[in-house]
Ligand binder design. Structure first.
Ligand code: GTP
Ligand code: MG
Length: 136
């Protein structure tokens, strides 16, 4: 099976959507939450995590938003979980996301789109090392 990194962003925590979102992930047959932690991120971690976006116009406001409160970081293991959680989340822009998806049901603002999930096996390996370096 695969493992992926999920972050429930500060808007999800502030709006008390953690249970709702984790519930949707747990409800999928055969997927397992292997780690789950409420965590205040720092700038250095976000610089690594969002390295591909450094220099883009949305980068600074994105980092400020991600520093604005704690996130919930999860490791999820399961069958095709990388593609699967991206599908559960929906597209980056919540207005373009179908109702039924996490962003489609709860979001309106591109930056405050509730959830991050690794977008490929390569990204998952890279991001899991940043957020859960001790994971075997
Ligand atoms: P993540 O799962 O969080 O990585 O989102 P994503 O893969 O759907 O989007 P991407 O990696 O391209 O961008 C990372 C995050 O930056 C997004 O989730 C948004 O919060 C934010 N973002 C991306 N593009 C834009 C944009 O055009 N405008 C703004 N304001 N924010 C953006
Ligand atoms: Mg991304």
């Amino acid at each position: 099976t695969q493992r992926t990194l999920v972050l429930l962003k500060p808007d999800a925590v502030r709006r008390k959507l953690v249970g709702e979102i984790v519930g949707r992930i747990e409800a999928k047959a055969g997927w397992t939450v292997e780690a789950l932690e409420l965590r205040q991120l720092d700038r250095a971690t976000l610089e690594q995590h969002y390295a591909e976006h450094i220099g883009k116009p949305f980068y600074e406001p994105l980092v400020e938003f991600m520093l604005s409160g704690p996130v919930v970081a999860l490791v999820v293991d399961g069958e095709r979980v990388i593609e699967g959680i991206r599908r559960l989340a929906g597209p980056t822009d919540p207005i373009a996301a179908e109702p039924g998806s996490i962003r489609g049901d709860f979001g309106t603002i591109v930056r405050e789109n509730l959830i991050h999930a690794s977008d490929s096996e390569e990204s998952a390996i890279r991001e899991l090392k940043i957020f859960f370096p001790g994971l075997s």
